[in-house]
Design a protein around this ligand. Structure first.
Ligand code: ZN
Length: 183
């Protein structure tokens, strides 16, 4: 059966790029994701934004992290550089994994997707937990290496190694991913 891909854009939100939890490391990946999305739109490959959307104050994550991406606020919006276009899909999540208590799995099945191209932040947190849940559900995983990042080089590498070793993720240069989706 031929591969059908979808692009997941994970947590490229104002609070992580420009707001309360911003990091210069996260900014670097913007142009690479932008290029991938340009080609995906051209090729009619589904683009799914997987966004933190937390409950104010009581959210479980705020026991661990400073408040961020509260539902309905500027901080929870996708950065304007990567703003969703008509026809893109949006999934809101309250935990690290894009699959946990969300519609993502049903949506992917209805789109007949079998391969996920994961992009966004953080490599070892939300990207990795989404990769784990994708693997459990039988999806193949591709990671364009310029399109994910974490709070430190060490955290980033740890996430990449875990996803390769445990979830059979194929990590490759963006150029190679573009050649796969355009062939
Ligand atoms: Zn969060």
């Amino acid at each position: 059966m031929p591969t059908k891909c979808a692009i997941l854009v994970i947590d490229m939100l104002n609070d992580f790029i420009k707001g309360s939890l911003k990091s210069e490391r996260f900014r670097r990946i913007i142009p690479y994701i932008k290029e991938l999305l340009r080609v995906a739109h051209e090729k009619k490959i589904p683009v799914i934004y997987v966004n933190d959307s937390h409950l104010e104050e009581i959210d479980l994550e705020f026991k661990i992290w400073p408040p961020h991406a509260v539902k309905g606020t500027w901080g929870a919006e996708v950065i304007e550089e990567l703003a969703p276009q008509k026809g893109d899909y949006i999934i809101e999540k309250r935990r690290y994994s894009g699959f946990y208590n969300t519609d993502l799995d049903d949506m992917l099945r209805e789109l007949k997707v079998d391969t996920l191209i994961l992009t966004g932040i953080c490599t070892d947190i939300c990207v990795q937990h989404t990769a784990a849940d994708a693997f459990y559900r039988g999806y193949k995983i591709i990671i364009p290496m310029e399109c994910v990042e974490s709070l430190s080089e060490k955290d980033h590498k740890k996430g990449i190694e875990t996803m390769k070793r445990l979830y059979n993720a194929k990590v490759m240069p963006l150029k190679q991913v573009l050649s796969i989706i355009t062939k």
